[in-house]
Design a protein around this ligand. Structure first.
Ligand code: NAD
Length: 313
């Protein structure tokens, strides 16, 4: 019988069993790593317990069986957690597992946007926190079912800047699952480059209700350029050496290849769900204010999206 207070060292808990939780859960479990998916949606968890998790990939379908529970049902606390809720739900999600967090429990956020470190700090000290970024894509097809075409990478760095055995093991397990993970001291650069991309595409597609390729006109490109310039200026003032031409190349690739794709913020707006605008546009505006930089485009996107989702910016 397992002691409820004794962390299950091998298990990775995934907080949020949506698109990314399902993708990571499937790949980790397929690699023989014990996974527990935790969510607030009982129907979703029931479907995952009944049918397992399923991921469509370029190499064919992947399927796995995983534990799927609500936080209060969990008695064997995982020693490592991947945070994959949307940003607006991170605080509540961490609160729901707070009683399961042990002094050595590790928390890794690969969520989009910035500001996650501050939220994680409410639940663990710097030694146990890491943030990063992933380029793996996941699109929800149904409960416990995703499509993830193409490939991706993960980069993260422990908050202390020191790589201990626990986070190295975490990285190794992600690699065992074929998720191409690297511990990267320059991760802040990658986070801000993705932030600039997301500020432009999520913001402009959200407000205009266009798919990504809908921004390929000169007008669309001009708007993208203005948002990117603002985020790049704020990054530079924050001491983060983002590479503007590299961001531009990613933008071009998206304009040419992500035909018909609705960024997640647009999907959330259309479905009446809270968006991640606060951790994308809001966070850029707050950082800009600290440096006395004007960000009129980003600020306006934040305010318009906040208004649309019936929240005060
Ligand atoms: P999603 O909306 O598909 O899934 C989020 C899940 O969190 C849902 O199942 C929801 O029920 C659950 N949740 C909400 N509140 C909760 C709580 N209190 N406790 C536990 N679970 C809770 O979102 P996603 O697309 O998987 O994105 C997760 C994060 O990863 C976001 O920050 C997103 O920006 C980022 N991301 C997504 C992709 C992608 O392609 N989908 C790629 C890279 C990064």
């Amino acid at each position: 019988m397992h002691n409820a207070q004794e962390p299950q060292a091998a298990t990775i808990g995934i907080l949020g069993a949506g698109a990314m939780g399902t993708l990571f859960g499937t790949r980790l479990a397929q690699a023989g790593i014990s996974v527990t998916l935790v969510d607030v949606n009982p129907e979703l968890l029931h479907a995952i317990r009944e049918h397992g998790v399923h991921c469509e990939t370029d190499q064919g379908p992947l399927h796995a069986r995983v534990q799927a529970l609500q936080a209060h049902e969990l008695t064997q606390p995982p020693a490592r957690w991947l945070i994959f809720t949307k940003a607006a739900h991170t605080q509540a999600a961490l609160q729901s597992i707070a009683h399961l967090l042990e002094p050595e429990t590790l928390l890794l956020s690969l969520q989009n946007g910035i500001g996650h470190i501050e939220t994680l700090h409410g639940f663990a000290d710097a030694r146990r926190i890491a943030v990063g970024v992933t380029t793996w894509p996941a699109r929800l097809l149904g409960p416990g079912k995703v499509s993830s075409l193409g490939s991706g990478k993960i980069r993260f760095m422990p908050r202390t800047g020191q790589v201990d055995v626990g986070f190295q093991d975490f990285c190794d397990d992600l690699n065992r699952a074929g998720l191409h993970c690297e511990i990267d001291p320059e991760v802040e650069t990658a986070i801000w480059e993705k932030l600039a991309f997301n500020a432009a595409f999520n913001g402009l597609c959200g407000v205009t209700r266009q798919t990504v390729d809908g921004l390929a006109s000169p007008l669309g490109r001009g708007l993208i350029h203005e948002v990117l310039n603002e985020v790049v200026a704020v990054a530079a003032a924050s001491g983060i050496a983002v590479d503007a031409p590299r961001i531009q190349a990613t933008v071009e690739d998206a304009l040419n290849h992500h035909v018909g794709h609705q960024p997640s913020l647009l999907q959330d707006l259309l479905a009446g769900r809270p968006t991640e605008t606060d951790s994308i546009h809001g966070a850029v505006v707050r950082a800009a204010e600290r440096h006395g930089i004007a960000t009129p485009m980003t600020r306006t996107l934040h305010r318009l999206i906040s208004l649309t989702q019936q929240r005060t910016p």
